[in-house]
Structures are given as C-alpha cells and as structure tokens.
Design a protein around this ligand. Structure first.
Ligand code: GLC
Length: 507
C-alpha cells in the first residue's frame, strides 16, 4: 500500500492577507497566490494550507466567519478560489482549507437571528442569564451582555461560541465539511479542534491561566470521529489536521487515535527552547505519541528567528516570548532548527516567510497593530501582528513587491529589504536556497529515526537509513561523523560542524 500523500509532505501555510496582493488594495488575495504557484513549486513544497478566507467582517482576520460556504470578495470570491484550486492541482500542489468550528462571527445569520430574539437560534450559541467567571483567550471576560442574557466567546466578543450540544450545529458542520471536500480540497486544518465542547455545567474556574473547563472535554472526540468517517468516505486521501493546544503530549495523543485525526500539529517542539536535551526529549515524545506533524512557526507565534535568537526572556507567553533578540544568532539557529525538523520522519508545516528567515517585526507602532490579542491583553503581549507583516518579495518597490499599493495593511519595516525573497533565490548561502535544497533532499530520507550517542550534552545526532543528522546547539564546533557531507545550515570547515548548526551526511 502506498503512503497517503500527507504523511511525509511539506505543507506551506499561506496567510493570504500577507502573501501577495494582485489588485493593489494592500491586502493579499487568491489571484496573487495563484500567480505565485510557480514559486511554491520551485521551493518544492507539496501542498498549501490556506488560512480562513471565507466572508468575514475581519475582527480576527477571517477566524470570525459569517458564511462557511463561500469566499470573501476581498480575496476574489468563490470563482477566484476555484481558479486557484484548479491551478494548484495542475501544479501538483494539494490544498487544505481552514475550518473554524468553535465559533463564528457576530455577522453569521444564525447569530444575528439569535440577537433578534429567536430562541431556537439562541440555543445554537451559549446564552445564559448569569455568566460564569471564565476569561477569554484573547484577554478580558469571556461573556458579553446583550439584553438580560450574556453569550460566551472564548476569543473576541465578535466570535460567539457555538453550542455543540445542539445537534443542528453538528449537522451544519458536516455539511460544511462535505461542501469543501466535494469542491476538491485535499484536507482541512481544524481550528482549535479541542475546544468545541465546554464543561456541561459551565463550572466556574477558580484558577488563573489554562482553564480546563473551556476545552478538551470528552465529547469532542465523537465529533472528530464522525468527521474522520466523512473524510474516509471519499475515494481520495484526505487529511484532517488539528490545531490542539492541550496540556500534555498524552492528551494530544488521544486526538490521534486510529479513528480520529490523521494529524495534529506538534506544538511541544515549537515551544521548546534552543536546548539539545529538550529538543531530543520533545522529538522522542512526538515520534512515539504524536505521529510526527512538525511545525516551528505559524500565524499565532513569534517567528522562529526571533524565538531562537532571544538572549534573555523578560515576559510574554512561550509562543511569543519577549526580550532582547540577537537576530544574526536567531537566523543561524532557525536555519539549524529547520534542517533538523526537515530530517525527521513525518510531515512539516512551513509558515510563509520562514523559508526566507524573516524575523518577527517586534517594533510595529502600536497604532498599526490590529490583532485583538494586543488590544485585549494590553502591553503584556504584543499579539500576533509581527509575524503577519506582508512578505517582502523584492528589495525595492512600493511594498517590497507585495502590492502595487505603498501602504499594505500592516506596515513593513525598512529592514525587510534585506530579506527579499527574490534576491535570495539562486544565492547558495541564502536561507531560501537552504530550504529548497532540504526540501529536495529530504525526499530520499526514509525509515525510522535511531538516536546516536554523542560525546557532548549540547549535541544531538540520529540516523535514518543511510543518512546521519547532527545538530550542535552550543557555540563550539563538533567533529564530523565518518560520512559524506550533504547539506549544512552554516558553511562547515573540513571535519567539523560549527556551533548552532545542523548538518546532514550520507553513507
Ligand atoms: C486559532 C487560530 C488563531 C485564531 C483563534 C480563534 O488559534 O490559529 O489565529 O485567532 O484560533 O479562531
């Protein structure tokens, strides 16, 4: 039996607003993406995960959906999407949509009817006369009052949570799933796939931080099992990849049981600090219990360059740590981390801009920031705008080649010129070329991972078939193994792997 396409795939995450703008309105769109499918082919990825592009008022840039079975005119509408899908497939690229089942937009017709007083519609959401004490994940209370009732929103007030205990909600999402499968997608990324059910009695949560009553309830597994059956009913291989933030890898493993999700992002590695022992442990846990769906960045976290280049952490969550960043060191380590991850058994989700080694834009003016996280949690967290700044394609031009408009939806810093993608293509030392080569060579990597012992705590090494992979986490060089060098994240002098470097060998 051949493996399903997604098992070893590299899937490129497109944050559409920030990828490429074809019509000059400062916001990326489907035609801009379609025009760059050759680019993605050349990079060597296998598929695309498209962040939500359904009709939405944009309170959380598309994660507040007002119509699940259409595409927002801002991105070109459904006809542009069909054209994009056809061309993506013609380029041999798979396409994943992003489904948001925990909540919709206040503009969704059901919620509008609920607000107008329709009781049946109110029961599709979580309305109560008395709110409990839950806090929203974006900061502030998780309840908003409308009349003598309040409704629950785990995120922004513009994102009311569905009541998954109402069968109409479950039926609706099965219809949505079939709609996109029938239209030709190759899989679905499921937004906060652990959150659909809340504690049946909505109990107060006396603690601070992670609130276990708001997510990871046993009933959610039944939903995912039904969706898996739907996906398996199609003649082609479809994947369902869960975005699941649960306290332990063992919790995560429950979502990956044989009749549930084929894939779930392994965030344990994403939040791992740059440390040999921690990386090795995390990879071992991930391989044994979480199936190997690796990712080092996405549209919610600080870019890998800025996380690995952090000198001292002064605050912020693990996904968006704050403190002084050494960008050169960050680039070097992010390249090493990418090469390490791309050598592992399993699939890799690669966030746009990571292939160019883009750092997080940490110094956006507050007035430009749009993320509700920033506005609701105050100065404790910059929020997620800094990883969403439109891509620099060229080092000159009105918005570094992103748009005809000189003012994209988020301002790009002048230093983005140094990371221009088109200037990196064909340059042997560039981060882009490193990714392109790694994506080609990784296709020859097969078989399970076998750890090798090393003589230092800051060095890890493993074999996969004829390939050896070695990462030096500390600053001091380490002797090369007896094998032929294949690729390295920093230029290697003869016989040694420099510090903060991953090197691949064969033979
Ligand atoms: C997920 C998305 C994030 C969004 C949130 C609410 O975590 O990745 O971008 O804000 O869900 O939908």
């Amino acid at each position: 039996m051949t493996e399903p396409w997604w098992r070893q795939a590299v899937v490129y995450q497109v944050y559409l607003r920030s990828f490429a703008d074809s019509d000059g309105d400062g916001v990326g769109d489907l035609e801009g993406l379609r025009e760059r499918l050759d680019y993605l082919r050349r990079l060597g990825v296998d598929g695309i995960w498209l962040n939500p592009c359904y009709p939405s008022p944009g309170a959380d840039h598309g994660y507040d959906v007002s119509d699940y079975m259409d595409i927002d005119p801002l991105y070109g509408g459904l006809s542009a999407w069909d054209r994009f899908l056809g061309d993506a497939h013609a380029h041999g690229l798979k396409v994943l949509m992003d489904l948001v089942p925990n909540h919709c937009s206040v503009e969704h017709p059901w919620f509008r009817a609920a607000l107008a007083g329709d009781r049946e519609m109110r029961d599709r959401f979580i309305f109560r006369r008395q709110p409990n004490n839950w806090q929203s994940i974006f900061g502030g209370p998780a309840w908003t009052q409308v009349d003598d009732e309040w409704y629950l929103h785990s995120f922004a007030p513009e994102q009311p949570d569905f009541n998954w205990r109402n069968p109409a909600v479950a039926e609706y999402f099965e219809q949505v799933l079939r709609f996109w499968f029938d239209r030709g997608v190759d899989g679905i990324r499921i937004d906060v796939a652990h959150m659909m059910y809340k504690h049946a009695e909505l109990l107060d949560w006396p603690g601070t931080g992670h609130n276990p009553h708001m997510s990871n309830q046993p009933e959610v597994h039944d939903v995912l099992r039904r969706w898996r059956r739907i996906a398996d009913g199609y003649a082609r291989d479809l994947t369902l990849v869960g975005e699941i933030w649960v306290p332990t890898v063992d919790d995560l493993a429950l979502f990956l049981r044989p009749d549930e999700l084929p894939q779930a992002f392994y965030f344990d590695l994403l939040v791992c600090p740059w440390d040999a022992g921690r990386f090795r442990d995390s990879i071992t846990r991930g391989l044994s219990t979480a199936g190997g769906t690796w990712t080092l960045a996405n549209h919610d976290v600080h870019r890998s360059v800025s996380r690995y280049g952090l000198l001292t952490r002064t605050g912020g969550p693990a996904t968006r740590p704050r403190g002084e960043v050494d960008v050169a060191l960050g680039v070097r380590r992010a390249r090493a981390a990418a090469l390490l991850t791309l050598a592992l058994p399993g699939s890799v989700y690669l966030y746009q801009g990571e292939e160019a080694g883009l750092p997080e834009v940490l110094d956006l003016p507050d007035s430009a920031r749009q993320d509700p996280t920033f506005h609701r949690s105050g100065p404790a967290d910059y929020g997620r705008d800094g990883c969403r700044v439109p891509l620099p394609w060229t080092s000159t031009g009105p918005s570094f080649g992103f748009s005809r408009s000189p003012s994209p939806w988020l301002p790009q810093p002048a230093w983005f010129a140094d990371y221009a993608i088109e200037d990196q293509i064909g340059h042997p030392d560039s981060t882009w070329e490193l990714h392109r080569q790694a994506l080609t060579l990784r296709r020859d990597f097969t078989g399970p991972l076998e750890w090798l012992s090393t003589s230092r705590d800051d060095v890890i090494a493993f074999r996969r078939g004829p390939h050896t992979v070695l990462t030096v986490f500390g600053p001091t060089p380490y002797p090369t193994p007896q094998a032929t060098p294949l690729l390295a994240s920093t230029p290697c002098p003869p016989n040694e792997v420099p510090g903060n470097t991953t090197a691949w060998f064969v033979g």
